[in-house]
Design a protein around this ligand. Structure first.
Ligand code: CMC
Length: 431
């Protein structure tokens, strides 16, 4: 960030205020209002943060108009096509692509932390079997601060590093355990000779009664899904992680808060909701009926997997995801998948409709991911846990960036108060 030497002038009554304008390395300039309240005794009002930069960050950049997503400067399509998830994790965490030796060391550190404390198995079995895996993940990840208390001191760089690696390494194990517990199968321990995605698939789909060989094509598709979800700058769950950590809370508690936020259908829960909507539509001839419902202001129905707060042209992750959906179904020999047919026709019809065009509503990353995950064998309830495990590295990187910033302050927004004015208490017998 640099000072542009430009200022904006704000006039309130007879008073004038100069507000500095800051220049980012990419994207629009930012009006610095940090001193505004102190100088002018006035707050800004921006519910939903539609015009507010909540922090300074050097991790991810999005240009919503152009459909650009960069991690540390590298475009997402290049990372999804040429890199792999653990390399992207390294990039997000440390700022640069690793050398071969750095990557080997990082992979071995992650691999060595894939197992969870044995006592955690008992913690899992305290949940009802029919609990949603996201409910289990919120609880178990929060409980990591009890199981891994030796990496909760945020002021110790070594503990921060260990906590980061633990979270990235154990999240697939935790997500797979939540799944296995839900379907009544035994937990499967991680295998450290497998890569990150293959290990996750094996922990989800193998059973002790028979051998399981990971299909490398599915493993590659899984890795790509992880990569496409790895980070997305200051979205709701990441902002939740940052706000929680601004108080100095430990990393496991902060990531649990992020998981809780991600679960909502307007955010990470949309992948489950999108596939459920596509199934509800069922056949292409019913699409007009659902498009009409989405447009009807008196109907709360929305086309899940459509629209994005930031992308107003296309979601670059959706482009890769759509290609992946074709590839995976093709490779699995699933021809003429009826849900994929509905999805493609729905996209076509919506993009021809002035309601969607005018509001710049396009398929987002969640529109096609569910089709791939279902083809791989995951139930819809596992879609959001898979998003959570992929996003963990983004949350961790943003958390680390924040706590390592010496100027970190507790996040404490103000409000536009519209409640009762000060009044005197009335004794109960006089009310
Ligand atoms: N279907 C129908 N209409 C929509 C949709 C949709 N999916 N999304 C937005 N609109 C309309 C909305 O009714 C409003 O219309 P009007 O201006 O006439 O009142 C206009 O578009 C703007 O909507 P908004 O809710 O003000 O936009 P937002 O930026 O606050 O919301 C969103 C963004 C993603 C929450 C929203 O588009 C949505 O609910 N989409 C469906 C859920 C979804 O797919 N979420 C996943 C987001 S990508 C993955 C992630 O980051 O988690």
């Amino acid at each position: 960030m640099s000072d542009t030497n430009k200022t904006a002038k704000l006039t309130i009554g007879d008073e004038n205020y100069d507000l500095p304008i800051l220049s980012p390395s990419e994207g629009p300039d930012v009006l610095d209002i940090r001193k505004l309240y102190g100088q002018a005794d006035i707050f800004t009002y921006d519910p939903g943060f539609t015009s507010t930069a909540s922090c300074e960050s050097a991790i991810t950049y999005i240009d919503g108009e152009e459909g650009i997503l960069l991690h540390r400067g590298y475009p997402i399509d290049q990372l999804a096509g040429k890199s792999h998830f653990l390399e992207v994790c390294y990039l997000l965490l440390y700022g640069e692509l690793p050398t071969a030796a750095q990557l080997e060391d990082f992979e071995s550190r992650v691999t060595n932390h894939t197992m969870v404390h044995e006592q955690m198995h008992r913690f899992f079995t305290g949940f009802r079997r029919d609990a949603h895996p996201m409910a289990v993940m919120v609880g178990v990840v929060g409980a990591m601060s009890a199981f891994y208390h030796d990496s909760t001191d945020i002021h110790d760089p070594w503990q921060r590093e260990v906590a980061s690696i633990r979270l990235i390494a154990k999240m697939p194990t935790i997500a797979a355990m939540a799944y296995k517990y839900n379907i009544g199968q035994p937990f499967v321990y991680p295998r450290n000779d497998l890569d990150y995605s293959s290990n996750f698939l094996r922990m989800c789909f193998s059973v002790p009664a028979e051998d399981y060989n990971v299909n490398p094509i599915l493993s590659r598709a899984m890795d790509r899904i992880f990569t496409l979800h790895a980070d997305h700058e200051q979205n709701a769950s990441t902002s939740t992680v940052r706000l929680a950590s601004s108080s100095g809370a430990n990393p496991f508690a902060c990531i649990a808060a992020g998981i809780a936020c991600l679960w909502g259908p307007a955010h990470g829960g949309a992948n489950q909701a999108a596939l459920e909507s596509l199934k509800e539509i069922g056949t292409p001839d019913r699409i007009p009926e659902f498009i009409a419902r989405a447009k009807d202001k008196d109907d709360p129905f929305r086309l899940m997997g459509f629209g994005h707060r930031v992308y107003k042209n296309f979601d670059p992750r959706a482009t890769v995801m759509k290609e992946s959906a074709d590839e995976v179904l093709d490779l699995l020999g699933i021809e003429n998948n009826p849900i994929l047919a509905v999805a493609k026709e729905l996209e076509k019809q919506a993009l021809d409709d002035p309601y969607f065009v005018d509001r710049k509503l396009f398929p987002n990353v969640d529109f096609y991911s569910g089709i791939i995950l279902e083809a791989m064998g995951f139930p819809t309830s596992m879609f959001t846990p898979i998003f959570a495990l992929s996003r963990t590295v983004g949350w961790v990187s943003q958390w680390k960036e924040m706590v390592e910033d010496p100027t970190m302050k507790i996040g404490r927004p103000r409000q536009l108060y519209t409640g009762a004015q000060a009044r005197d208490y009335v004794d109960v017998e006089k009310r």
